[in-house]
Structure formats: structure tokens, C-alpha cells
Design a binder for this molecule. Structure first.
Ligand code: SF4
Length: 956
């Protein structure tokens, strides 16, 4: 039996079923179907109508769910039920049975849908971990299964039956080793999908079932990603050559040049060629180069080509180039699109490596050990299912980068991932039996030999703290999305203490999960059976037993400490009439440690005793001989790793609470509830400028910083001051801005309504809601509305959403209708919807064409003064006699404002309107700075009617 429901939302308690589809399958054929619409009590949202095509009218004369429940239950009977994420559908049905009116009474209240369940989602995640996602739409497209109407229950059921068939074929033809591991992992589970896997394994073992697998041309559609380009390219033996010839490099980008020859749609862009020349000059003159390049310049190719050519002309110690980006999207575009294109077409081969932080890679050693224990370990079913995609992926991956594995959800299983990922503290390096296959070693080794290494700002900056131990020496650096450099440096050079980090550390030592796991039980068992001298054995066992005990006590005192922190921070905020979860900044003279009372003392003492015993354990292990104690090296290195990790925790504790200094900003982030032990202590460096100058820039020959938004008022001064470039000798610093090739005057109508109230006026929200609603209703264009606070977003949404939806205009909001990615996807697919978003939508949203034709900037994006780091920066400027508003708030807001503006025009053929609702840009002196930072003049409107008439003409 296959089943699928269409519902009004995701919450079974709050939302309703609007369609039920089911089909009985016998001997591989559909023999009977069930397809019913359901009358709902509440209103049907436009989002659901757009998704399913079902409208309120369709439901009007349909039976309510109470009437249909007995029918569907009779239809499914006792058969196993298959579906995509079947627990969701069954959960809905179960909820409706439980809450249905007396119209539907079963003799036995427990006689609910107890049928075995078969889930195509679990199977797809396990068997296809490298596909981009496991939504039904993606999977049916992948297997080329035709669907008549997506998101209609019976059509989806029919697609799911074919999907199930394809997955079953994959399961039966999976490598025997993979299938065997599946079986071990799901052994303790009793659900239908787990039984199906076990049954498949039996059939394969006995050779009873021979079915043709899924055609190879389908499976090969998923590319096998590699994080090394040109793995076999010659490297490192080049001699120093002369400088690059700017003209020659620029000619590659010119009409009739190399790129034009290999790609006829490659257009000559004057700004791009100028930037290429600038980058060549920076390399030739060993200079630092600030390049602001507007959207559409093609800046990544403009710096990649000269970088590669430079690296190819020089020995690695002078030639190596590190390219760092802020976002994953840009990193992927560079590594998986731009560099393969260049590798194919540049005359000489090169080697490029995509390198990530160690925590992104799986540790083979830990994975093997984990698997060996997985069957016996007490683990929630959800975690077991999470492991299956890892099994398949480990059989296929070249990189070991968990990002590739969409079947494993790191964000929901951080604890599980922390037991599998590579961790410096638990890595014995060359002594590891898997050192040669190790993914971290492979990527790092290749990076040391590569002309180009692509990283993100997070790795680049954390590597600074680790004295460049990961990246090694690199003479040339390119920082793309450089406008984020200060924020990234502040974030990645920060300190943090939270309960999870400490618990994770303690769990590596000892944890009871149905059985004992961790370093200590392993060592204890080995000691018991070893032939070492009795007194040594007793000493070691005494330390191990004591450590097990202290680790447990420490976990308790850790909970008490963070519990106390939550209570105190809530009390503090309550007394100061602040929001109870508002961040609390503290200064070095404030005795936070003392305020936490005995909980802090107990916690530190516990941590110190663990450290003492780990030291003793290590000293005694070092006295043993490898010949009498197996795996001695591994135990020594893991004990040492644990000791060092604890030392870092204690140092962080000390820096945060016992000896805070002047060069950091300190604060506490209270937990969401007074009782939760989830408060965090944090600190960030006050000035990153000097750190960047001394530790990042100093050893460099060439540095290129680029972004679409680096200048304020056409000057780089603000950016230079904030990131320490003002310390660089002026004749070594080149600065250029390259305008976007777009024709903004022709492509954008920039409108500022002067008739609206000030944003601080209580009537502002009502006024902007009215205007925006009219503009959208009358023009019916895809609209993105950017806010600076979630509070205002909610208020505007509550006003405009019902009105717009009544007119058939889909209106989506951040925090209400899905994740950022899914909102952007729906907005893009819909074509003329409305999307309301806050901070994260001001940057990195790339929606070309029709779906986005109106961009609304509700308020100037000034930073919130309550943010501890921002507050400290303001105080610093004030202390030096400066004006924090003009020296910090305005320039910061201008850069963000320009990023926001940049969301509208993404290609040369885009056309649309930008509406700035904050008319402080007209009324205040500083407003000019905002308007002048945009690439076209604003049209000011005194009346709503004139503005709307202009908008109509513009779109006509
Ligand atoms: S070398 Fe270290 S990270 Fe690599 S597999 Fe071995 S233990 Fe894991």
C-alpha cells in the first residue's frame, strides 16, 4: 500500500489534511486506488494553493476528515504502508484519529494505524547520499519518473511507487560490504524499512533475488566531487621567471582572445580587462591591491587567471596563491565552475585544491571504531538512520568532506558528527593506521603542493591562530567578499565557552550509552588483559577508574555552572528591564566569576582534577613498552590530545572569567529559558586591524582584496582603517574601483517617497504597509522587501499578507514560511511572489530576471547599538575624540545598504524598481552619503499617486 497526504502545513496538531491519495500494489501492479479531497475548517493559504493547485472551491463540498478516516483505514487494512517520509503522513492520520469527533469511534482505541511502514526517504538518503537533496521532486527527476501533477496526493503516490521500485533495485545491487554495514546498524530497529534492508541482505546472500539494477546512465548523473584539480599536474619545480606581461594576460579576455575562442558567448568587458591589468600589476610589483568591482564585472576570473599564470612562473615558495571567500556559494562557484573552465582552457596545467577546516572531514579511524561498536550501542533510531548515508558515502567519497553528503545532517546531529569527524586532539598523525588514506592528510598535502588553494575566511583566520600550521607559508593572498573581513576576523578570533563543548570533550573520555564507550573504557579493558607488570597495571587502573568517576562529576558540575549562569543572567536582565535573553556585556573589573559563586569554583576544580589525572595517566603510559602493550602509541597520543584540549578549555575559561583584558569585548548570551543550561560566555577581539596587519598581511608579497562594496563616498578609507590596511605604506597600496557593466540608469527606477513618516514615527509601519501593498497589487511584480528588524517584518507581514493573498499574490516571510533557502527557491519558482526578509537577505541573494523586479529597502541598515562588539567599537572611537556615528555607524550602514541595493540587478537584462522607504536619506545630512553611494540618481516623490503612476509607466 502506498499513501500520500496533502496538508495545510507541517504541524499535525495545528494543520489539516486536504487530500488523501493511496494505492494498493499487488505483484508490482496498482490494483486499486483511493483519492479524496477533504473539507477543511480553516482557510486555505495561497502558498498551499500555489503548491498543490487545490483551491478552497475544490474543497467546499467534500466530506470532512472524520467521515473519511474509517474509509481510508478500511482501504489500507493491515498492509505495510509505503510513502516518502511516511512517518509524517502517518503522524497526521494518527493525530486526526485521536482528535476526531465521536462520529468516528473505533472499538479499540489502540487500533490505530499500526501497519509496518516503508519509507522511501530513508532509503533514498541511505543509497544516494551525494544527490543534492532528497525531496520527492528531486528524486523523481533524478530517476526520470514522470509525474502528472506534483503535490497532488494520488499522482505523488504513483511516483512514489516507481521511486520505491528504483530504490529497491539499488538496495539489491548495493555493494555487499555496504549492505552488511546497513544490516549491522539497523539490527536493533523494528520498523518496516529496517526489516526490508535485512530481507534484502538475506536475498542477496542467498542469491535468491536477481533483479536488474538502476541503469548506469542514471546513477552517473551524480558527479564524484574531487577537491583537487590537476592532481597529476607537475608542480613545484618551476624556476623564477620574469614579470607577467599585462597586455598578454589582458588579451585572454579580449574580443577574439582565448576565452572568446573557446566560448562564443564570452563577452569582452572593459572593466574586467582593467581589473586583470590591476591584478597583474599587483603581482608584478608585490603590492597590496584594493579592487572594488561592481556586480557583473567578472571579478573572479579577473583575479584567478593572473594568479594561476603568476604561480606557474614561480617556484611554489613565491608563487603559491591562497584565495579566500566568505560564502560557500562563491567558494563553490570558484572551485567547481571557474577553475575547471580554466584548467580545460589555459595552455599549461595547474594544481588547485579546495581546503576546508579539519572538522569538515570524516576521520577514517574514528569511523571504523564507531562502526565496530554501533550494533551494541544504545542509540536513538534517528541516529541509526543518519549513519546509513555515511556508510554508502564512505564507499564512494574521494574527499571525505561531509558537506558532500546531503543524507547526513550535521546541523541536527552535531554530537554524533563530533564523534566521527577528524579532531586534532585525537589524531596520532603519522602513527594512525589510516594516515596514508586520511582525507585531511590528502587535502593538506595536496594544498602544500598546489599553485592555488581555495579556502574560506573562517579557515584562513583560524589558521592564523594556529600559526599557519594548516596552510603553511603563502606569499600571495586574494580575499574575495572582502567587505566581510572585519566581521569574519572578529568572529573567528573570538573565544567561547559553552556546555556542549565541555560535554563533548568529556564524552570522548567516557560515556555510557547502553555500553561504555570512549578512551577510558578502551584503555581499562586493554590494561586488564595486558601482560604488563602488576604494580604498573594497578597504578594505571587506579588512575583510569578515578578519571571515569571525576569525568562524571565534572559533567554534573558543568551543568550546574551553566545553569547558574542562565539563572544569574536572567536575573540581571530582569533587574535592568531588558529583554530576558538580551546579551549582557561585562567589563574586566566586574567580578562575574565571583557572582557565579561556588558553582564556578567547583567547575574549575573538577576540570583541573581531570587535567591532573590525564597528566598522570600519560606519564605512566610513557613508562610502558610497546612490545608489552598493544596500541600504546595510540593511547599515548589520545591521552595527550585530551590533556591539551582540556588545557585549551581551562585557558579559555581563565581568559573569559578570571583575567579578562582590555583588548577583548566580553559578554554572556543567556539561554532561551532560565532553567536551561545553555547560556554561553563569549569574547571577541576589540581591534582586528592590528591583528590582521601583524599576523596576516606582514608576511605577504601580494594581497588583493576585492568586493562589490568596499568604498563609502567613493573612498576606501573606512575599510582600510577597520582592517588595518591604513598601516601599509601608501606606495605599496593600489586602489581602484571598477564600475559595474550594467546600465543602471536604464535598468533601475530608484524611488524615494518623501511623503512617508520618519521610520521612528509610530505610524511608519502602517504607512509603508499601505504603500507597498498598493504598489504590489497594482504592478504584480516579484518583490523582495528587506527589513532591519524581525519585529517590523512581522508587523508589516501581518498587514499585507492577508490583503495580498486575497488577491492571489503569494506572500512569504522569513521565520514563517520555511528556511532561507526554501523561501528563495519558492520565490524564484513562483515568479511574481512577495518575500519579506531581514539581515541575511541583504547579502548573497541572487535572483535574476522576472521573479525579482521590485526591491524595497524599508530602513537604513544601521547596526543595533546593543550589540556588545559594536558598542565597544563606538566607545573606542569616542574615547579617541572621534564621532562614532559618522566614523562607524554611517559607513557600516552604507556598505550594507549598497549590498541590499545590489540584490535587484544581477544580469545585463534585469530591469526593475528600488524603493527606499526611509526618507531620512532626504532629510538628514548623512542621507546624501547613502544616496550618493548608489550608481544612479534617485527620483523623489511627494505623493503616492505620482509614485504609483511612475511605477506603472516604468513597468509598461
Ligand atoms: S590521521 Fe588522524 S584524522 Fe586521519 S584518519 Fe588517522 S586519526 Fe583520523
Amino acid at each position: 500500500m502506498a499513501l500520500d497526504l496533502e496538508t495545510t502545513g507541517l504541524n499535525a496538531g495545528a494543520h489539516e489534511i486536504l487530500e488523501i491519495g493511496a494505492a494498493r500494489v499487488e505483484s508490482g501492479r496498482i490494483t486499486q486506488t483511493f483519492d479524496r479531497l477533504v473539507q477543511i475548517r480553516g482557510e486555505l493559504s495561497l502558498q498551499i494553493t500555489h503548491l498543490t493547485g487545490i483551491c478552497e472551491q475544490d474543497l467546499r463540498n467534500q466530506p470532512p476528515i472524520e467521515e473519511l478516516l474509517p474509509e481510508i483505514m478500511d482501504f489500507v487494512g493491515d498492509s505495510p504502508i509505503m510513502g516518502h517520509n511516511i512517518d509524517f503522513d502517518m503522524g497526521f492520520l494518527d493525530e486526526k484519529i485521536t482528535t476526531s469527533s465521536p462520529l468516528f469511534q473505533r472499538e479499540n482505541p489502540l487500533d490505530r494505524l499500526q501497519n509496518p511502514r516503508l519509507d522511501t526517504l530513508l532509503l533514498a538518503r541511505a543509497l544516494l547520499p551525494r544527490i543534492k537533496n532528497h525531496r520527492l521532486e528531486t528524486l523523481v527527476q533524478f530517476f526520470e519518473i514522470p509525474v502528472r501533477n506534483k503535490h497532488r496526493a494520488l499522482d505523488d503516490v504513483q511516483a512514489e511507487i516507481r521511486l520505491f521500485d528504483a530504490l529497491l533495485r539499488m538496495l539489491l545491487s548495493a555493494p555487499p560490504g555496504v549492505l552488511k554495514q546497513f544490516v549491522r546498524i539497523v539490527a536493533p530497529l523494528t520498523d518496516g524499512t529496517a526489516h526490508l534492508i535485512q530481507r534484502a541482505f538475506q536475498l542477496v546472500q542467498t542469491g535468491a533475488e536477481q533483479v536488474p539494477g538502476v541503469p548506469n546512465q542514471i546513477l552517473q548523473k551524480i558527479p564524484r566531487l574531487n577537491n583537487i584539480i590537476g592532481e597529476n599536474a607537475p608542480s613545484g619545480a618551476r624556476k623564477e621567471k620574469e614579470k607577467m606581461d599585462e597586455d598578454e594576460v589582458a588579451a585572454i579576455f579580449d574580443r577574439g582572445g582565448l576565452f572568446n575562442q573557446v566560448r562564443s558567448d564570452f563577452e569582452k568587458r572593459g572593466q574586467q580587462i582593467n581589473m586583470v591589468r590591476g591584478v597583474c600589476r599587483a603581482f608584478n610589483e608585490k603590492a597590496f591591491f584594493l579592487a572594488e568591482a561592481g556586480t557583473g564585472t567578472g571579478k573572479s576570473l579577473a583575479y584567478l587567471v593572473p594568479s594561476i599564470l603568476w604561480a606557474q612562473r614561480h617556484p611554489l615558495e613565491n608563487g603559491r596563491v591562497v584565495v579566500s571567500t566568505n560564502t560557500k556559494n562563491l567558494q563553490e562557484q570558484i572551485f567547481f565552475k571557474d577553475l575547471p573552465f580554466l584548467f580545460r582552457h589555459l595552455p599549461e596545467p595547474f594544481r588547485a585544491v579546495l581546503l576546508k577546516g579539519r572538522n569538515n572531514y570524516i576521520c577514517i579511524d574514528r569511523w571504523k571504531k564507531f562502526l565496530a561498536d554501533a550494533q551494541e550501542e544504545v542509540m536513538p533510531a534517528g541516529e541509526r538512520w543518519e549513519l546509513l548515508p555515511v556508510v554508502t558515502w564512505m564507499d564512494e567519497t574521494v574527499t571525505g568532506d561531509i558537506e558532500e553528503n546531503s543524507g547526513f545532517h550535521v546541523q541536527f546531529h552535531t554530537e554524533l558528527w563530533s564523534r566521527l569527524r577528524a579532531d586534532a586532539h585525537f589524531c596520532p598523525g603519522q602513527r594512525c593506521p589510516y594516515f596514508q588514506q586520511c582525507f585531511v592528510t590528502r587535502a593538506r598535502r595536496a594544498a602544500r603542493q598546489a599553485e592555488l588553494v581555495v579556502v574560506n575566511h573562517s579557515l584562513l583566520l583560524s589558521d592564523l591562530s594556529a600559526n599557519r600550521s594548516v596552510l603553511g607559508e603563502y606569499p600571495n593572498l586574494i580575499l574575495d567578499e572582502a567587505h566581510n573581513l572585519e566581521a569574519a576576523a572578529t568572529k573567528y578570533l573570538a573565544l567561547e565557552l559553552n556546555r556542549y563543548t565541555i560535554e563533548r570533550f568529556l564524552h570522548q573520555l567516557y560515556r555510557f550509552v547502553g555500553k561504555e564507550v570512549g578512551l577510558l573504557p578502551l584503555l581499562r579493558d586493554q590494561l586488564h588483559f595486558s601482560s604488563i607488570e602488576e604494580s604498573q597495571k594497578n597504578t594505571l587502573l587506579t588512575i583510569v577508574y578515578r578519571l571515569v568517576q571525576i569525568a562524571g562529576q565534572t559533567e554534573k558540575s558543568c551543568g550546574l555552572f551553566f545553569g547558574q549562569l542562565s539563572e544569574k543572567s536572567w536575573e540581571f536582565n530582569f533587574a535592568h528591564r531588558a529583554a530576558l535573553t538580551a546579551k549582557i556585556r561585562y567589563r574586566k573589573w566586574e567580578d562575574v566569576y565571583g557572582a557565579l559563586g561556588p558553582a564556578a569554583d567547583d567547575f574549575v576544580e573538577s576540570l583541573q582534577s581531570v587535567r591532573r589525572d590525564l597528566s598522570r595517566l600519560l606519564e605512566n603510559l610513557l613508562l610502558l613498552s610497546e612490545t608489552v602493550f598493544t596500541n600504546l602509541e595510540m593511547f599515548c597520543s589520545q591521552t595527550e590530545g585530551a590533556k591539551n584540549q582540556l588545557q585549551e578549555i581551562l585557558e579559555t575559561f581563565q581568559r573569559l572569567l578570571e583575567t579578562p583584558g582590555d583588548d577583548f569585548v566580553y559578554w554572556c548570551e543567556p539561554a532561551a529559558s532560565e532553567r536551561k543550561q545553555e547560556s554561553r560566555l563569549k569574547a571577541a577581539p576589540l581591534r582586528v586591524a592590528s591583528v590582521l596587519k601583524n599576523r596576516l598581511y606582514e608576511p605577504l608579497q601580494t594581497l588583493i582584496l576585492t568586493s562589490a562594496t568596499l568604498t563609502v563616498g567613493e573612498q576606501f578609507d573606512y575599510f582600510k582603517n577597520r582592517v588595518g590596511l591604513s598601516f601599509v605604506e601608501p606606495d605599496r597600496l593600489l586602489e581602484r574601483t571598477y564600475d559595474s557593466p550594467f546600465y543602471y540608469d536604464d535598468q533601475v527606477l530608484l524611488a524615494v517617497p518623501a511623503f512617508l513618516p520618519d521610520p521612528r514615527d509610530p505610524h511608519f509601519v502602517a504607512a509603508i504597509s499601505g504603500l507597498v501593498r498598493r504598489l504590489i497589487s497594482e504592478t504584480r511584480r516579484g518583490t523582495l522587501i528587506l527589513f532591519t528588524s524581525y519585529e517590523m517584518l512581522k508587523r508589516v507581514y501581518s498587514i499585507i499578507q492577508p490583503l495580498l493573498e486575497a488577491e492571489g499574490i503569494l506572500t512569504l516571510a522569513q521565520g514563517k514560511d520555511g528556511s532561507r533557502n526554501s523561501l528563495v527557491r519558492i520565490f524564484q519558482e513562483e515568479g511574481s511572489a512577495v518575500l519579506l526578509g531581514t539581515n541575511s537577505f541583504w547579502e548573497g541573494v541572487d535572483i535574476p530576471g522576472k521573479p525579482l523586479e521590485i526591491l524595497v529597502l524599508t530602513k537604513l541598515p544601521f547596526e543595533v547599538p546593543a550589540e556588545p562588539v559594536f558598542q565597544a567599537w563606538m566607545e573606542e572611537i569616542e574615547k579617541r575624540g572621534g564621532n562614532p556615528f559618522f566614523q562607524l555607524s554611517v559607513p557600516m550602514a552604507v556598505l550594507k545598504f549598497r549590498q541590499g541595493f545590489g540584490r535587484l540587478i544581477r544580469t545585463g537584462s534585469d530591469r526593475g524598481m528600488v524603493l527606499i522607504l526611509d526618507n531620512r536619506v532626504l532629510r538628514f545630512q548623512y542621507g546624501k552619503i547613502f544616496l550618493e553611494s548608489l550608481p544612479l540618481e534617485a527620483a523623489v516623490f511627494e505623493e503616492e499617486e505620482t509614485l504609483l503612476a511612475r511605477a506603472h509607466r516604468w513597468f509598461e
